[in-house]
Design a binder for this molecule. Structure first.
Ligand code: ZN
Ligand code: ZN
Length: 310
């Protein structure tokens, strides 16, 4: 929420008198949305040598971990969110490195800032493709840790989603309740995670600056998820979407070659909330034989049905 400027506050009673309630609401709603999170340059494989992971902080309880493209071409983004009692790690990376040391270091530092408070770790996934859970085995023997399963039924059970994929689930980290939005299509167990505290939507592989792969036989599921997502966005303030990869360059509509070893001039990680309606419209317009559909910030990328690992 943006602070109300002094002038608007002073005149608020006046326009309440002069305008009907609906008009006053429109004035309020016209306030500019909060800024997206600001990140410095991400590791992108262009320097010849870079660390296996890079961490950037959104706030004291919200962290982004980027896995180096040098460890795996997918170079995914992982998210670590802290509440009072639990932390959520969303995804464990694509393999080719040990991811747990980075996560443990962040948790240890957070605990040190909170008087050594114990905190349970939930390891969950945007979806079950291999580039998002390759590090799970590092967490199976970690104390005070729950690793959520990869099948839709397991995800639904953990987050209390009675009617998958129609219902929204929840995860209470302690003073920080996350909404878990089933979004099958890219993959059957795909979810997005909405954090009301930061107004961020962690959007996985369904909507990020890159190629939004969807098997043609699952396009109907993808379209239905886009419609549910659009409905969610109409009732929840969204500051930005943070997805799981970057495959677009800073040139609108231009992606990197598949399996690119470096990502010079990457598109920013955050996407504006307007891309939700843009994606919804794109898949509604796609017709019975969807084709590759390039947009400035993403590419809808239908594929013939086949096994796919990312
Ligand atoms: Zn995927
Ligand atoms: Zn992926």
């Amino acid at each position: 929420m943006q602070p109300v400027p002094h002038a608007a506050r002073r005149f608020a009673p006046l326009y309440r008198l002069l305008l009907p309630a609906g008009a006053a609401f429109l004035l309020t709603a016209a306030a500019p949305p909060p800024e997206p999170p600001h990140f410095t340059h991400w590791i992108d494989g262009t320097t010849g040598s870079e660390p296996e992971t890079q961490v950037q902080r959104i706030d004291a309880d919200t962290f982004v971990i980027r896995q180096s493209v040098e460890t795996n071409f997918e170079a995914p983004f992982l998210y670590l969110l802290f509440g009072r009692d639990r932390a959520l790690l969303l995804d464990t990376g694509a393999g080719g490195l040990k991811i747990r040391p980075t996560v443990d270091r962040l948790i240890d530092a957070w605990r040190a800032r909170h008087g050594g408070r114990p905190i349970r770790l939930v390891v969950a996934h945007s979806h079950s493709h291999g580039d998002h859970h390759a590090g799970d085995s590092e967490f199976h023997d970690r104390p005070d840790t729950d690793v959520v399963g990869l099948a839709p039924e397991q995800v639904a059970a953990f987050f209390g989603i009675a009617d998958w994929p129609q219902d929204t689930g929840h995860l209470d980290l302690g003073g920080r309740v996350l909404d878990i939005i089933p979004t099958p299509g890219h993959e059957p167990a795909h979810v997005m995670v909405y954090d009301a505290r930061t107004q961020l939507l962690f959007s996985g592989d369904m909507l990020y600056p890159g190629r939004l792969y969807v098997s043609l036989d699952k396009f109907g599921d993808f379209r239905a998820s886009a419609a549910r997502l659009a409905a969610f966005a109409r009732t929840h303030p969204i500051r930005a979407l943070l997805g799981a990869h970057i495959e677009m360059t800073t040139t609108p509509g231009q992606d990197y070659p598949m399996r690119a070893a470096t990502h010079p001039s990457e598109h920013p990680l955050p996407l504006p909330p307007s891309v939700i309606a843009e994606l919804h419209q794109a898949v509604e317009n796609a017709g019975p034989a969807p084709e590759i559909d390039r947009h400035a910030d993403f590419i809808v990328y239908p594929l013939p049905p086949r096994p796919k690992a990312d």
